[in-house]
Write a protein that binds this ligand. Structure first.
Ligand code: FES
Length: 150
C-alpha cells in the first residue's frame, strides 16, 4: 500500500516588533504622559501607568472609554462599533485603539462619552449598530428567564 505525503510547507513571517510610543493625556483636571506599545490597547497602557479611567465592555461597544485624538494616529480596527464619522470627528475608544505614533489625547471622563453618544445619535449610527429586526451579538449580565408557559 502506497503512502502519500500530505505535509505542506508554510512560510511564517515573523511578527513586526512592537514599537513604543509616548502618549500625552489631557483632562480638565490635569495631564499625564505615559508609554504605550503598538501591540496593546491604550486603555491597558493607561491602567498600567496608574491612570484611572472608565471602561465597561472592553470591546469597543459601550463608549465608556471614549476619548478624542488631538494628534497622532491609531489603529481602532478591533472596535465592535467603528464608523468613519467617529474618526473624522476625532473620537476613539481607548479599549480598542492601538497607537501607531506618538499621541495627544483629550478625555473628560464626564463628558466625552456623552459627546460621542450624541455624535452617533446625530448621524443615526446607533440605528446602524442595531439594524431593524436584528439583535446585538452579545448581551451582558444575567440572561432573562423564559416566561413560564400556562
Ligand atoms: S470600554 Fe466599552 S467601548 Fe471601551
Amino acid at each position: 500500500m502506497g503512502m502519500e505525503d500530505f505535509t505542506a510547507s508554510i512560510e511564517v513571517k515573523p511578527a513586526a516588533p512592537a514599537e513604543i510610543f509616548t502618549v500625552r493625556l489631557e483632562r480638565p483636571d490635569g495631564s499625564w504622559t505615559f508609554e504605550a506599545s503598538s501591540d496593546e490597547y491604550l486603555l491597558y497602557a493607561m491602567i498600567d501607568a496608574g491612570i484611572q479611567t472608565p471602561f465597561i465592555c472592553e470591546q469597543g461597544w459601550c463608549l465608556a472609554c471614549a476619548a478624542k485624538l488631538v494628534s497622532g494616529k491609531v489603529d481602532d480596527s478591533a472596535a465592535l462599533t467603528r464608523y468613519p464619522e467617529d474618526a473624522e470627528a476625532g473620537f476613539l475608544l481607548l479599549c480598542s485603539a492601538r497607537p501607531l505614533a506618538d499621541l495627544v489625547l483629550y478625555q473628560d471622563i464626564h463628558e466625552t462619552r456623552r459627546e460621542m453618544t450624541q455624535h452617533r445619535i446625530g448621524r443615526n449610527q446607533l440605528a446602524r449598530a442595531y439594524p431593524p429586526g436584528q439583535r446585538a451579538g452579545f448581551r451582558r449580565g444575567r440572561r432573562r428567564l423564559a416566561t413560564p408557559k400556562p
